[in-house]
Design a protein around this ligand. Structure first.
Ligand code: GLN
Ligand code: ZN
Length: 761
């Protein structure tokens, strides 16, 4: 019985790659230094897998930035603006594509399926001259081999690569990216030939787009591509790997009929139905790579349950054709539990990070082979049992309250236009009211104070005073700027999810549980391990303090339940919606406490609502239903006069606009600055929208300061499609990553634009 790992995190157990990259980018170390760190990381990962006993060990899953960008480099698909002159692509061109340089901007970045990993989107058109320009796959294979580890080189498949690309600027939107297939396949052939020559016996080709609902002509492209590659693949065992969802029946048929392929990999964790497809027809003589160990989460595998699944599969495909695998690359989980010094023993026994998941995969393979490590299985069973009945996990009252929510509806009693009238009587705002999204610049000084109070280097009192002073400054600044609805600036928050997680029960935090988000950037998601409740108010102290400093309305600032859920590692022992409802109830308590304390405007951020949208269309309506319901639960109990805002971090929401309306917030502020047309087109097409709306009037992601005229111009464009009385004027996201030298003039121009437009109405 064999074992296989789809891919492994590259950052290193203590983010070694991050620091090496950043130091290189800052000119503080050389390319050699960077390459040395990278080589050490790769070598230790390969050796770790080899000594654990893994049979199919991946190579070429390391990346200096992103595996899709690596593929772009392999194909020589460098956009002309980077002035590449051919030859092997080096760091300068590679990192310019990734991050831009002094004279040209970076390539666009977007989310990798429904993960929080971002890839660099290839820009293609009819004139791209493809050439074999990065030998990384072959170099890495040889590098591992020299270390005595025979690996399975991993490539992103040609069809998925094209389906994940976008037409370059100037290329017709209707240009068929798949028409480039004939041009990139010759390069794949060259790479495959070199890998074969170097001694590779297996190669893994990732075609994750197969789990999407693809049109027939796209599926046809897979058939054509692999028919074309068949002869060059002969003599090699090819694994086509899919992940992140159940594969649709049509795609399963196409996939399992591909020419020249020896095995197929499936995500059996997120894909709960795929096993039925396998039962109903898996091709004889082919390998099944069964992804039973979750690559997207930090939970220890339930080995007994996995073993049952594997035994069922073994009966279908035969003993020598079943390979135990991870559900997807381990890139999406934390690296190594060994470095968690602050988690207690019991919690730790419930978790498995990437390094531990390798051991699990191996243990399962051995068990199937009749070499079960009894002690390991017993320890695992004990941990599963302790998790099931631990009083730290279960809170009866919370379970009951959350269960009662299901199936029922929660809405504010009055409709939004009546509420807006009631609120206006109380708030008395001008037309085109101005506001901001919540955070103000997080200065070094602020970070220092937060760090020092955590380390107990300064007293709670000193900390509180420092934050108080910061809030006073932010309030004064907003009054001076003459902003209408103020914020306290969020100086006490490290992160919009962690801040709440730390105050809620049922959450745990790691010290090194980092997951790559993009390039050198990592996130450290909280772990939701138990029923969620709110022991005491979380934001009331700071919000009321801020309100006491001004007579203008002060917005309370909360993170919504769906965003807390989507940015955490979520428990897998109950449905996600159940956990979301629990968080919703906790936030509801907070909303009502804020209202009682005299806060009349409350923003509940749902920055990540769209992120949780399932990949498969058939599952989307259900998700949107409970996600939107969860949001409404948080504020269904407030009075008409309390104004509920929400904020979303993406403009691409045309397809879910009805769900957003159904959230029934009084005011929504949305990122918009990078694509006015897209957002406004929904309303132009006649979607009825009666609530307040603030499409961001400038891009906070850039240090550029927008002029008054420019902002006024954009607001005018919005006024052409939206009613005057519902439009708000605000930046497109929080200001925490900006400097005061940027924020002050930008907001000054924003307020000036609003005032100018008011005189013209
Ligand atoms: N209120 C948060 C802030 O301003 C919102 C952040 C976000 O949308 N990601 O920082
Ligand atoms: Zn935002």
């Amino acid at each position: 019985m064999a074992s296989h790992i789809v891919g492994y995190p590259r950052m290193g157990p203590k983010r070694e790659l991050k620091f090496a990259l950043e130091s290189f980018w800052d000119g503080k170390s050389t390319a050699d230094d960077l390459q040395k760190v990278a080589a050490e990381l790769r070598s230790s990962i390969w050796k770790q897998m080899a000594s654990a006993g893994i049979k199919y060990i991946p190579s070429n899953t390391f990346s200096y930035y992103d595996q899709v960008l690596d593929t772009t480099a392999m194909l020589g698909a460098v956009p002309p603006r980077y002035n590449w002159n051919g030859g092997e692509i080096g760091f300068d061109v590679y990192f310019s594509m990734a991050r831009g340089n002094a004279s040209v901007p970076a390539m666009e970045m977007t989310k990798w399926f429904d993960t929080n990993y971002h890839f660099i989107v290839p820009e293609l058109g009819p004139h791209v001259k493809f050439s074999y320009a990065s030998h990384k796959a072959v170099t890495e294979y040889k590098e591992a081999k020299a270390l005595g580890v025979d690996t399975v080189p991993v490539l992103i498949g040609p069809v998925s690569y094209l389906l994940l690309s976008k037409p370059a600027k100037g290329v017709e939107k209707t240009f068929s990216l798949l028409s480039l297939l004939g041009k990139i396949l010759p390069i794949y052939k060259e790479v495959i030939a070199e890998l074969k020559a170097a001694g590779a016996t297996w190669i893994q080709i990732d075609e994750p787009t197969l789990v999407m609902d693809l049109e027939a002509y796209k599926l046809q492209a897979f058939t054509e591509a692999y028919a074309e590659l068949e002869s060059s693949l002969s003599g090699l065992n090819v694994l086509i790997e899919t992940y992140f969802a159940d594969i649709p029946a049509e795609a399963f048929k196409v996939l399992t009929c591909l020419k020249g392929v020896a095995g197929f990999g499936f995500d059996l964790v997120r894909g709960t139905q795929t096993i039925e497809l396998i039962k109903s027809g898996f091709p004889a003589g082919k390998y099944l790579f069964a992804g039973v160990v979750d690559g997207r989460n930090i939970w220890a595998n339930d080995l007994t349950s996995s073993l049952t699944t594997l035994t069922t599969l073994e009966a279908i495909v035969g003993k020598d054709k079943l390979v135990v695998s991870t559900s997807c690359s381990l890139l999406h989980t934390a690296v190594d539990l060994v470095n968690e010094t602050k988690l207690d023993k019991e919690l730790k026994s419930w978790f498995a990070f990437a390094a531990q998941k390798i051991i699990e995969v191996d243990a399962l393979a051995k068990a199937l082979d009749g070499k079960k490590d009894e002690a390991f299985f017993a320890a695992n069973a004990a941990a599963q049992a302790s998790r099931k009945c631990s009083p730290r996990v279960t809170n009866e009252a919370v379970q009951k309250a959350a269960a009662a929510l299901r199936g029922s509806d929660h809405r504010r009693a009055t409709n939004v236009s009546a509420r807006l009238d009631a609120q206006q009587k109380k708030l008395n705002l001008p037309v085109l009211p101005t506001t901001t999204i919540g955070s103000f610049p997080q200065t070094l000084e602020l970070r220092r104070v937060r760090r020092e109070v955590k380390a107990k280097k300064i007293s709670e009192e000193e900390y509180t005073n420092a934050i108080k002073e910061e809030i006073r400054k932010v309030v004064k600044l907003q009054e001076d700027l003459d902003i209408d609805v103020l914020v306290h600036g969020e100086p006490e928050r490290n992160d919009m999810v962690e801040y709440f997680g730390e105050q809620l029960s049922g959450f745990a935090f790691t010290v090194n549980g980092w997951v790559q988000s993009y390039g050198s950037r990592c996130v450290k998601p909280p772990i939701i391990f138990g029923d969620v409740s709110r022991p005491t108010p979380m934001t009331v102290f700071w919000s009321t303090l801020a309100q006491s400093m001004t007579s203008r309305p002060m917005k309370g600032m909360l993170t919504g339940p769906v965003t807390i859920l989507n940015w955490s590692f979520v428990r897998n022992d109950q449905p996600r919606f159940e956990t979301c409802y629990q968080i919703a109830l906790a936030i509801k308590d907070e909303v009502e406490d804020l209202e009682k304390s005299g806060i009349n405007v409350i923003q509940i951020d749902e920055a990540a609502l769209r992120e949780g949208l399932p990949l498969r269309k058939s599952e989307q309506a259900f998700y949107l239903d409970w996600a939107v319901h969860s949001f409404r639960i948080t504020n269904c109990g407030v009075q008409d006069t309390t104004q509920i805002h929400t904020h979303m971090c993406y403009s691409n929401f045309n397809d879910i606009i009805h769900s957003i309306i159904d959230m029934d917030a009084d005011v929504i502020t949305i990122e918009n600055s990078r694509s006015d047309e897209k957002l406004l087109s929904v309303f132009r097409e006649g979607v009825k929208y009666g609530a307040g709306i603030g499409p961001g009037v400038y891009d906070i992601h850039s240090p550029r300061i927008p002029s008054t005229e420019e902002i006024a111009d954009r607001v005018n464009k919005m006024l052409a499609v939206l009613e005057t009385n519902i439009l708000w004027v605000n930046p497109d996201c929080g200001l925490k990553t900006r400097k005061y030298s940027e924020v002050k003039p930008a907001l000054k121009n924003m307020v000036a634009a609003a005032k100018l437009l008011r005189t013209q109405l």
